[in-house]
Design a protein around this ligand. Sequence first.
Ligand SMILES: [Zn+2]
Length: 177
Amino acid sequence: MTESVRLIPMLCTQCQTAIPAQPDEVAWVCPQCGQGLLFSETGLKLTAIQYFNPIPPGSKGRPFWVASGQVVINSRSAYSGRENESLAFWKMPRPFYIPAYNLPLEQLLAEGTRLVNAPFTLQAGPAVPFLPITLARQDAVTFAEFIVLSIEANRSDKLRNIKFDLKLSNLQLWILP
Ligand SMILES: [Zn+2]
């Protein structure tokens, strides 16, 4: 199998300004025109990046993939046999916040799990500086599944096994405090 190396021009698709991209980063805002840009294998793609209001001045915002997640539990068993809590919890779609900045896996799951239970009221404000965005969109979906597992494993009924489907909709980049 042969594969040729392709160079992807790191230029803003709106104003052609060169994007000062670091190796691990997957999304940026253009320093010239403020356009959100997302890495793709065919070149940079336009993306919306929204900023929470307010973000305390002097602190950098934290980028998150935010989505509405609908979990359908197909089967679940636990050692103490109480499943109602889980079924009730997932009856409605839940907001998912997947940290998109560099964070050790354990902390990423802890933060993602915490925020499902303590969601933000999202309102957009002015652009602010933020930490580098290093988690790709497709990885956000995988981590959202880990977050569901983590929530279920933390329930008091001692999870034994679970099968579920997770559908994420309206996946967006937000800069949060
Ligand atoms: Zn630009």
